[in-house]
Design a protein around this ligand. Structure first.
Ligand code: MLC
Ligand code: AMP
Length: 509
């Protein structure tokens, strides 16, 4: 009989023999065993099955972080359905877009958003809307309480779709990156040995899970990493520096975006002694400043391991676990990942020269949801995906990311697409045109700055523009500053010169 490539099956196979031991300990004092994860996700999978959804149905989820939300993700995998995670900061226009695009059969939201989310979903033709709160309440759990706790994962091929994760990719509107069971499993298996995870028989690892679970970093890299190694998690509903510091002596692995490391460094409790039980600190999702890398080394004695990935590809490169971890680089391509740096005509550039990063491998996604033409544009004829990141690779294979060809701001590890905000600002009364650029920020790495040109005779106030944005889009996307100028600098082709705006207004904020 062919083996079942359902990702849940592989995760489940790695659970420790002692099913009654603790899999997750939360910051609210709850303890979940491995058996709880298995049975809870089985009940949710059986409940989803009872809805008789067509094959390939999408389950869109916008809920606060909880272990039950993790169980819902596992249940969706085991039921063979497609999980669509959505940032809790999205407001109604954003949610309307995702629901219209993904056409989910089920939407799960928190009870305090049920009014507007269910209205949007029912209008868009979604038959089922359930609630799930971070305190183990909500209609989803009430309904699943009656389901059996025995469930066999639905047989899947490696290429079968498991998740659609929204990203703006290189430009324009959000697109759903389609990740298969095989994309995620192959990556989790590579990282299992690359990062030296210790099996329960070797004493096991303990991961402090402090990231949100609606993006790749917290949902896949961290959770798959812990589960496929049978490693316990210390679970933080929300990142809290004090909680993390007091949890360090009971943990061995931590993963974070650079902002998390910057904030931990501001805590006097971060010392050699506090981190002496830790094995590994991993950073990714945004550029890690050399200052942070060095400060971490001198404060804790640990060398941060920086890695690089994206929603379309899961993890691509990593500094080594045992070899030299070089600050400012994202390490070498992971085993199985083909990575090349190319020039403007797509030709490989000599070692050490700067160019566009292209990648190929079992981890690279199948394409964008319902966008075959866009997908085709983002791949080369020989099957490499164009990442939109610009970098160089030295003779030892270490990759350094030096910039992005895609117009993107990364703020505290969240991606913000200037094009989306510019479209919104340009539609406001009195606005002729606008440009949004990223400027340095000590805590978040980068924050947005909006530069707006009024129509003739119109009077504009930056604060009013920001207030309008705040009422319409997720909070983390709202630029921190807005300046009004008579015109935008353009080059001979008529393209706005964002580099000049960054130079003019980009003093650290
Ligand atoms: C919160 N705010 C942000 C923000 N996070 N603004 C800009 N950028 C962010 N990232 C807003 C809040 O809405 C609030 O607005 C104000 O900033 C102050 O909030 P805070 O209390 O300081 O923020 P906090 O809740 O502590 O969140 C900060 C954070 C969080 C860094 C902990 O942003 C976070 O968890 N980031 C991780 C993101 C992540 O997981 N990325 C991985 C993507 S996957 P107001 O107006 O209410 O005051 C990926 C691929 C890969 O990139 O390679 O991994
Ligand atoms: P996302 O689309 O949210 O998955 O974000 C992926 C993008 O984050 C990548 O294309 C990079 O631009 C950026 N990124 C991820 N990891 C790193 C890193 N270690 N250093 C710099 N940029 C990174």
């Amino acid at each position: 009989m062919p083996t079942n490539a359902n990702l849940y099956q592989a995760l489940r196979d790695a659970f420790p023999a002692d099913q009654g031991s603790t899999a997750i300990e939360t910051d609210t004092g709850l303890f979940y065993t491995w058996r709880d994860l298995e049975r809870g996700s089985a009940m949710l999978a059986n409940f989803l099955k009872s809805l008789d959804l067509p094959e390939g149905s999408r389950i869109a989820v916008q809920v606060d972080k909880s272990v039950e939300a993790l169980m819902l993700y596992l249940a969706t995998l085991r039921a063979g359905l497609i999980y669509v995670p959505l940032n809790t900061a999205y407001q109604s226009a954003e949610m309307a877009y995702f629901i219209a695009d993904a056409e989910p059969a089920v939407v799960v939201c928190s009870a305090h958003h049920f009014g507007w989310v269910s209205q949007l979903a029912f209008q868009a033709g979604t038959p089922w809307v359930f609630t799930l709160n971070d305190d183990r309440t909500g209609s989803l759990l009430n309904r699943a309480a009656h389901a059996s706790d025995q469930h066999t994962p639905v047989p899947k091929q490696a290429a079968d779709l498991a998740v659609i994760i929204y990203t703006s990719g290189t430009t324009g509107r959000s697109k759903g990156a389609m990740l298969s069971h095989g994309n995620m499993l192959s990556n989790a298996q590579v990282l299992k040995s690359y990062w030296g995870w210790r099996s329960p028989a070797q004493g096991g690892d303990v991961l402090i899970h402090a990231l949100p679970i609606f993006h790749l970093h917290g949902l896949f890299v961290a959770i798959h990493g812990a589960l496929i190694n049978g490693s316990k998690m210390i679970w933080c509903g929300k990142f809290d520096t004090k909680f993390v510091i007091q949890a360090l002596p009971r943990a061995t692995v931590f993963m974070g975006v650079p902002t998390l490391y910057v904030r931990l460094l501001a805590e006097p409790g971060l010392t050699h002694e506090a981190t002496s039980h830790m094995r590994l600190f991993i950073s990714g999702s945004a550029p890690l400043l050399l200052d942070t890398f060095q400060a971490w080394q001198s404060r804790t004695g640990h060398t941060l391991l920086e890695r690089y990935g994206m929603s379309e590809t899961v993890m691509l490169t990593s500094n080594p676990y045992s070899g030299e971890r070089r600050g400012g680089t994202v390490g070498a391509p992971l085993p199985g990942v083909d990575l090349r740096i190319v020039g403007e005509q797509g030709q490989p550039v000599p070692t050490g020269e700067i160019g566009d990063i292209e990648v190929r491998g079992p981890n690279v996604f199948a394409g964008y949801w319902r966008l075959p033409e866009k997908t085709a544009q983002e791949f080369t004829a020989d099957g490499y995906f164009k990442t939109g990141d610009v970098g160089q690779q030295d003779a030892d294979g270490y990759v350094t990311i030096v910039g992005r060809s895609k117009d993107l701001i990364i703020s505290g590890g969240y991606n913000v697409y200037p094009a989306e905000l510019e479209r919104f600002i340009n539609d406001l009364p009195g606005v002729l045109e606008s440009a949004v650029v990223g400027v340095p920020h000590a805590d978040l790495g980068e924050v947005g700055l909006a530069v707006v040109v009024p129509r003739a005779d119109a009077q504009l106030e930056g604060t009013h523009i920001l207030a309008r944005l705040k009422a319409a889009v997720a909070n983390y996307k709202v630029p921190r500053h807005c300046v009004v100028v008579p015109e935008l600098p353009r080059n001979a082709m008529g393209k706005v010169q964002k580099n000049l705006l960054r130079e003019q207004f980009g003093a650290p904020h």
